[in-house]
Design a protein around this ligand. Structure first.
Ligand SMILES: Cc1ncc(COP(=O)(O)O)c(C=O)c1O
Length: 409
């Protein structure tokens, strides 16, 4: 019997083959004008992505990490302030907080959505902090530092529950910077405002990553900040470009964090396909749900009524995920873990003084999660094979076998 072909965790080759001509044209046209950094292509992408997110400004930068760092700095978060986020995210979230000069403090996640639990945020503010009677600042009781910002992460492409987070932030006068690095086009239904809102349009500013594997990915490193605040946008434009608004006149010390024109041109091409790709991801998520429904021992992603997620990742939970990964690898199916160690238990953050047991939900989830193959163009027959793999692991009849025996082949 010949070995089954490989189902990758992520197929980045196919979309680039399909768009090859358009992408090569981008490269040629930028070569023709030799305008590699900034310029009209970058500005056009910024306009288009701002419109896509429903905001007035987009500032292209070098990466999602740059985007988070610049957004925090421009909003005045630093100087030893606290920025509250979650332990189950990519380390770039907290790197940006630290590199802006602030200190990350974690609150636990919601077990259903894997995103910031607004109730835990409230508990931290009400029990772990006090309001200074003179300044009105929120002060962490243990650390004696001011809480300045909240950084909710729209993890796996699902928006965090923003209404209560924004309401708490408003109550305590805190800045909200969305980490939308995995959530291009995700939507949140705000009960407060009675409408759907795009990820990246709800906080003071938001950060996007265009790392190649993201839903909207460049062919290299790229990122962007979105905001409705013109002053903030101006400050970020300066921060990304050595603190200058006019060449060689530096108002502040900045960074080399610009978006290059070739990546911007590539992103313009891909942005035109994003809605179709997102729909394909959503359809694949629906199909996984049908195929894996009521499979004992497998927790599927849950999508609350307020969320219209974009399934950057399709993450399930099982007790013995290492064995499941091995089992699927044996069936030539790629998987990944996002992320195996919550940030408060990473070596890099020993200095923050957290210990195992501090965030039980995040810790439990980190031990059980597995990301299944998810990308636009994932075929039904391949999803059936993945579901077969999962179900044969947990000891159920494979769905392919069931489908065949029911004559549905
Ligand atoms: C949640 C999250 N935040 C931040 C980042 C950082 O983005 P980048 O890799 O473009 O710097 C990423 C990307 O990997 C991410 O997934």
């Amino acid at each position: 019997m010949s070995e089954a072909y490989r189902i990758p965790f992520l197929d980045l080759v196919k979309p680039h083959k399909e768009l090859r001509e358009e992408l090569v044209n981008v490269f040629s046209s930028v070569l023709d004008i030799a305008g590699f950094i900034g310029g009209p292509v970058v500005e056009a992408f910024e306009r288009e992505f701002a419109a896509y997110c429903g905001v007035s400004h987009c500032i292209g930068v070098g990466s999602g990490t740059d985007a988070l760092r610049f957004a925090l700095m421009a909003a005045g978060v630093g100087g030893g302030d606290i920025a509250v986020t979650v332990p189950n995210t990519f380390i770039a979230t907290t790197e940006a907080i630290s590199q802006a000069g602030a200190r990350p403090v974690f609150v636990d996640i919601d077990e259903g959505t894997y995103n910031m639990d607004p109730q835990k945020l409230r508990e931290y503010f009400e029990s772990g902090c006090r309001v200074d009677s003179e300044t009105g600042h929120l002060i962490d009781r243990k650390l004696g530092r001011r809480v300045a910002a909240v950084v909710p992460v729209h993890l796996y492409g699902q928006p965090a529950d923003m209404d209560p987070i924004l309401e708490l932030a408003e109550r305590y006068n805190l800045i909200v910077i969305e980490d939308a690095c995995q959530a291009h086009g995700a939507e949140y239904f705000s009960k407060k405002d009675g409408c759907w809102k795009k990820a990246g349009s709800m906080g003071k500013a938001a950060a996007f990553s265009f790392y190649p594997g993201k839903n909207l990915g460049a062919c290299g490193e790229a990122g962007a900040v979105t905001t409705n605040d013109a002053d903030l946008a101006h400050t970020i434009q300066m921060l990304r470009d050595h603190g200058q608004a006019q060449k060689y006149y530096h108002d502040v010390e900045g960074y080399n964090g610009r978006l290059d024109a070739i990546q911007a041109g590539i992103l313009r091409v891909k942005l035109q396909h994003l809605e179709v790709w997102t729909e394909e991801r959503r359809q694949s998520a629906i199909r996984y749900r049908e195929l894996l429904a009521s499979t004992e021992g497998v927790v599927l992603p849950s999508e609350p009524a307020y969320s219209n997620g974009v399934y950057h990742l399709y993450v399930i939970r099982v007790d013995d995920r290492v064995q499941l990964q091995q089992h699927l690898a044996g069936a030539n199916i790629g998987t990944a873990i996002h992320y195996p160690v919550p940030l408060h238990l990473q070596k890099a953050y020993v200095g923050l003084g957290y210990q195992a047991g501090d965030f039980p939900v995040a810790e439990r989830c980190a031990a059980e999660i597995v990301s299944l193959p998810m990308f636009p163009g994932l075929r039904k027959k391949d999803q059936i094979r993945v579901a077969d793999g999962v179900q044969s692991f947990v000891g159920r009849a494979p769905v392919g076998a069931l489908a065949a025996s029911a004559g549905r082949g």
